[in-house]
Design a protein around this ligand. Structure first.
Ligand code: GLN
Ligand code: ZN
Length: 755
């Protein structure tokens, strides 16, 4: 029979129980026993859900107190020596110190898990790294699931993915050189699983979806040959993109099965089937593990029918990736109407979807006729609903011309027009937008949202805040002030709430890192802007000062990137719709006399596809969307954009093609190193490299900023250099904000007089 399974389930809990328990533990409010009990309850519940849904195997190894890569390091015993911990006796407290740092040591570095918004802790390797075994939590959880009567498939992050994603301080360190040590460690784990009677082990090697160089590709066969006699059946799991380019390798690897992502890369099924060995399982990930849409189940069954005929019981059904990237349970959403809810599926609902596809394949569609009828109806209503399809929006996107994605004149002409009225001093100063969000601001916003604070009082409270922020900036002497963004809880949610085509969930939380979760907006339909979103705040702010007020918007790519995006049209299309909505706002701001406008795009780089071969196409449409949002204004209106910490090197042509008049970037923590590429590339427009780190309350002294300004001046001519902090100041307090900005302005004055 075709087996139904998933690669992993979210661990945070439908009510974010794990987050709250872990944070209580950190505060010392609960002890280890209580924390352990919460973890155990969650695991038990999630396994039971998998069993109740009808999955043949339940997943273990997907639970982590903080992160799955750190868990793998803890299992292998490969901890950075700098902490001085005994890997075999690692305590929970020490585990959290690795994740969060302690008085003596900074935490492990954190970075994005492929192209998801999940962040893993980066293992540290050096020539001394050993994999002699660590804590046995992995085996404890396996035993726990089995004692509850489950048929278990434990999951491990594979050795090559572990090494590939790890880092070493030593330049040119050969991570693969550690294979000789890590392979026996994995083999011991597999043998131990075999000894315990485990039949299937899932081993995740998502790096197979990247463009691997030969050295890494060639490492698979010998390593997996080592594992093939360990006594367990291995299901090699890949996800997030196609692995078809490795089809011959994958068909010949001595593993019992392969899992592939048929949501991100449906086309790879045919390529793999063309030469699939009869004795090997192919696990088809057809239910989307990255998004919140209910699957069109009939289409999924159809998608697999040829594979079922060819492979019979060797075809398995699953979700595309671990369900870690989806919220837990849609049943809790009591504020969505039935139609919208019918379009959605969270992790728990996706378990049912996997099983419906499996049963249809095993026993015929008739056995799941009722479920298919519901799914067909939802798919049909998504195709036709007037809530989703707004012909006016589609028409506007279709009518976009080349001129709509281009400013009237090139930057040098615009710069003259802008200089003529802005009359800014050399090295103009500005900020990135937000100012400290005090407890009072948050309280007022929350009370307004709950309906407890009348609108006029809310507006008065926000205006008072704007007044204060503008006065402070005038006092400090900032050349281009902002209104401070007090009315925004989040730079995407604020716009999503005002745009048609968006909705919000109550409990749609997804783990971002550790105990940190995000609740992305849901873009379900054509996006349009019913009314101006920021104009009144900016107009009010401008009325308080004679300086040019900068209007603040979030860009189309970032709004797209930080939302759950509809899957019934290309992302590019959705992005252009958002771009048009932002364009309308930009034009309205200009009409209202706001002629410096910043369109933030911190997630621009994040959207890059996993495979480099697909980069150009993405950069092309993402850049176009930005320009559509920015190009409705006259030459003299100055468009800024902002990006946070990013590797810009390899995408500078695309950044330049965005053609913002001014770009501000985060550079202080890299000691201006990130800026060097802009110099080498001869970036043509204006740049504001951040001169101080806003992530810490530390107030950098004047000479420190002066040194960074001097470094920047080596790369960017003074006429095109702006002075600003690295990013928004909303997480900072007022005292350090004032002190740091005051130092920044002093440094600027000194730099000006030295030019
Ligand atoms: N304008 C935003 C702010 O200042 C930018 C935030 C960001 O770059 N992430 O808060
Ligand atoms: Zn930023």
């Amino acid at each position: 029979m075709t087996i139904a399974h998933v690669l992993g389930f979210p661990r945070i809990g439908a009510q974010r129980e794990l987050k709250f328990a872990v944070e209580s533990f950190w505060r010392g409010d609960i002890g280890e026993t209580e924390l352990a009990a919460v973890g155990s309850t969650l695991r038990r519940r999630h396994w039971q859900w998998q069993k109740d849904a009808g999955l043949d195997l339940v997943s273990t190894g997907d639970f982590a107190w903080y992160d799955q890569m750190l868990n793998t390091a803890a299992l292998l015993g490969a901890l950075p020596a700098r902490f001085g911990f005994d890997p075999k006796a690692l305590t929970l407290k020490q585990y959290f110190e690795l994740a969060r740092g302690n008085a003596a040591q900074p935490a492990l570095e954190m970075t994005k898990w492929f192209d998801t918004n999940y962040h893993y802790l980066v293992p540290e390797l050096d020539a001394e790294t050993r994999f002699d075994g660590g804590v046995d939590w992995f085996f404890y959880e396996l035993a726990e699931a089995r004692s509850q009567g489950h048929n278990v498939k434990p999951a491990l992050i594979g050795p090559l993915t572990f090494l590939y994603l790890a880092k070493s301080k030593a330049a040119g360190f050969d991570k693969l050189g550690l294979a000789g040590r890590i392979v026996p460690a994995y083999r011991r784990i597999l043998e131990k699983l075999a000894a315990q009677g485990v039949e299937w082990v899932q081993i995740d090697e998502p790096i197979l979806a990247l463009e691997l160089d030969a050295q890494w590709r060639n490492a698979f066969a010998p390593i997996y040959r080592e594992f093939s006699t360990a006594g367990v059946k291995l299901l090699l799991a890949t996800y997030f993109d196609s692995v078809a380019e490795h089809a011959p390798l994958l068909a010949s690897l001595p593993v019992a099965g392969l899992h592939v992502d048929l949501v991100r890369a449906p086309q790879q099924l045919d390529a793999l089937l063309a030469a699939w060995p009869q004795d090997k399982v192919l696990s088809a990930g057809v239910i989307d593990g990255r998004n919140i849409w209910a699957a069109d189940l009939s289409a999924k069954i159809e998608q697999l029918s040829a594979a079922k005929t060819q492979l019979g019981n060797k075809l398995w059904v699953s979700a595309s990736s671990s369900l870690l990237h989806t919220p837990v349970d849609l049943a809790q959403e009591d504020q969505l109407d039935a139609e919208l809810k019918g379009w959605l599926a969270f992790a728990k609902q996706k378990l049912d979807e996997v099983v419906v596809v499996q049963r249809a394949l095993n026993e015929g569609r008739g056995t799941v006729a009722a479920q298919l009828a519901v799914s067909d109806a939802a798919a049909q209503s998504r195709r036709t609903s007037a809530r989703i399809h707004n012909p006016a929006v589609g028409g506007r996107v279709a009518a976009l011309t080349g001129a709509d994605a281009k400013r009237a004149h090139a930057y040098p002409v615009r710069a003259d027009a802008q200089r003529a009225w802005l009359k800014l001093p050399l090295l103009p100063t500005t900020s990135i937008g937000s100012f400290p969000q005090t407890r009072e601001i948050r309280a007022a916003r929350a009370a307004f949202k709950r309906g407890e604070l009348p609108q006029d009082q809310y507006i008065a409270a926000m205006q008072a805040e704007i007044k204060l922020v503008v006065a402070k900036q005038d006092e400090l002497g900032l050349d281009v002030p902002v209104h401070g963004e007090a009315e925004r809880n989040d730079m995407v949610e604020y716009f999503g709430e005002q745009l048609a085509g968006f909705t919000f969930t109550r409990f749609g939380w997804v783990q971002s890192y550790g105990s940190r979760c995000v609740k992305p907006p849901v873009i379900f339909g054509d996006v349009s802007r019913p009314t101006p979103m920021t104009v009144e705040w900016s107009r009010y702010a401008q009325s308080l000062t004679s300086k040019p007020m900068k209007g603040m918007l979030t860009g189309p790519v970032t709004i797209l990137q930080w939302s759950f995006v509809r899957d019934d049209q290309p992302r590019e299309q959705t992005c252009l719709q958002i771009a048009l909505a932002i364009r309308d706002e930009v034009v309205d701001l200009e009409q209202a006399g706001i002629k410096v406008i910043q369109i933030d795009e911190p997630a621009f780089r994040e959207g890059l596809p996993l495979k480099r071969a697909a980069w150009d196409a993405y950069l092309e449409w993402a850049g176009r969307a930005f320009r559509v949002s920015a190009s409705g204004v006259v030459d003299s209106t100055q468009i800024h954009t902002h990006m946070c910490y990013s590797e810009f090197n390899d995408i500078l042509p695309a950044i330049a093609a965005m053609d913002a008049d001014v770009i501000t970037i985060e550079t202080s923590r890299s000691d201006m190193e990130l800026l060097e590429a802009f110099g080498t590339f001869a970036y043509p427009n204006e740049i504001g490299p951040g001169v101080y780190d806003i992530h810490s309350p530390r107030v950098p002294p004047v000479n420190e900023m002066l040194r960074l300004i001097a470094k920047a001046l080596e790369v960017v001519p003074a006429e095109r250099l702006w002075i600003n902090p690295d990013c928004g100041l909303k997480t900072r307090g007022w005292p350090e904000t004032e002190a740091a900005l005051s130092n920044m302005l002093q440094a600027t004055r000194e730099a000006r007089s030295a030019i």
